[in-house]
Design a protein around this ligand. Structure first.
Ligand code: NAD
Ligand code: TYD
Length: 345
């Protein structure tokens, strides 16, 4: 890999859903010349090297299989690649798993972030961006206004508690060590390559296979959906132009109930509503998320570009075309997880 370029970026969690779309945007769509990418991912159950197949021929890209908690490895990576920017996507990301076992969330989301922060201070990194989530703000009632960056941090699941804790560490490194940090907090993403344990891909694949679509509770919980490509653009914008020490909310301005999403999937795939199965609610299920993205629009000029109808159709089409990708993933550990999560509810 060529050295001494302007940006030698460490992208963690790049083999996951949002990370691989982000790497694709930088390498294939933006074709930024002045950039070296080191992607670090431990290829946990949801990390998939196949997601990064497209990147193999780029001379300014390397993949390293490894854990963000491994400080010896991080030190070596930072030194050998002269890393001067970090974008941290790596995380345990599924609320349902955090309910079964919270410990991996503490380890990766908090401990791993802390290791990256320490290495970023040690190696004098010029920008550190933490990819965070709207879930750190907790849950809204139907009447409350969308979350702004001023809302209290009030996480309610072990997943969101670990992400909130990481955010606090990130901000503390800005105040204490002067590390130039930026945090983005985004709402629910949808798009290609999402692991089929999350709502949209799970329901699309189940519907394609005429299996039950398990809706938690009354199905009226609301999420604010944003296309993954728009989230990636917001992250790059915030990384390049965001003011240090700042948080930027990112949302799709697209609030839908889970029932609306699932009905739409059935409609697009031409499947009957009789596939819908109401199951026991998720413990502590957040009722509503909604993001106010005025700050990133006003300060950095970012806005979501992909409308829900277009993004949704493209996403379903992607899952249809990449059924083999899904089939491979839905084996082994996934089947064990699926049985545990859905058989007794
Ligand atoms: P994902 O679960 O698809 O991907 C996470 C990636 O991190 C995987 O490739 C996994 O192998 C890797 N990883 C996990 N633990 C690791 C470790 N210890 N060391 C190295 N790599 C590790 O998740 P995603 O949906 O792509 O989310 C990426 C980030 O965006 C997360 O930080 C998540 O909290 C945040 N986020 C996600 C959403 C969403 O809707 N998916 C919304 C807002 C924020
Ligand atoms: P999910 O994709 O897990 O994202 P998050 O909980 O981080 O928002 O779930 C999105 C919504 O869909 C959430 O309200 C829970 C609901 N849901 C179901 O009703 N059934 C399911 O099988 C799954 C996975 C989610």
């Amino acid at each position: 890999m060529k050295k001494h370029k302007k940006n030698n970026l460490l992208i963690t969690g790049g083999a996951g859903f949002i990370g691989c779309n982000f790497v694709k945007m930088l390498l294939e769509d933006m074709r930024i010349d002045d950039l070296n990418l080191v992607v670090l991912d431990n290829l946990s159950y949801c990390g998939n090297l196949q997601n990064l197949d497209f990147a193999r021929n780029y001379s300014n890209y390397v993949f390293i299989k490894g854990d963000i908690c491994d400080r010896v490895l991080l030190d070596k990576i930072f030194a050998e690649n002269e890393i001067n920017g970090v974008i941290n996507f790596a995380a345990e990301s599924h609320v349902d798993r955090s309910i079964h076992d919270s410990e991996p969330f503490l380890r990766t989301n908090v401990g791993g972030t802390l290791a990256l922060l320490d290495m970023s201070v040690k190696h004098n990194v010029k920008k550190y961006l933490q990819v965070s989530t709207d879930e750190v703000y907790g849950s809204l009632s139907a009447a409350e206004p969308a979350f702004t960056e001023q809302n209290y941090i009030k996480p309610r699941s072990p997943y969101s508690a670990s992400k909130a804790s990481a955010d606090h560490f990130v901000m503390s490194y800005y105040a204490t060590h002067n590390l130039p940090v930026v945090i983005t907090r985004c709402s629910n993403n949808y798009g290609p390559n999402q692991f089929p344990e999350k709502l949209i891909p799970l329901m699309v694949l189940n519907a394609m296979e005429d299996k039950d679509l398990p809706i938690y509770g009354d199905g009226r919980n609301i999420r604010d959906w944003v296309y993954v490509g728009d989230h990636c653009a917001a992250i790059w914008n915030a990384f390049e132009c965001g003011n240090v020490g700042e948080v930027y909310n990112v949302g799709g301005n697209c609030e839908l109930t889970n029932l609306q999403i699932v009905t739409k999937i059935l409609d697009v795939l031409g499947k009957p509503e009789s596939l819908i199965k109401y199951v026991a609610d998720r413990p502590g299920h957040d009722r509503r998320y909604a993001m106010n993205s005025d700050k990133i629009t006003r300060e950095l000029g970012w806005k979501p570009k992909v409308g829900f109808e277009d993004g949704f159709a493209a996403t379903i089409e992607w899952y249809k075309k990449n059924y083999e990708w899904c089939r491979k993933i839905r084996s082994g550990e996934y089947l064990e997880y699926y049985r545990r999560q859905y058989e007794n509810i």
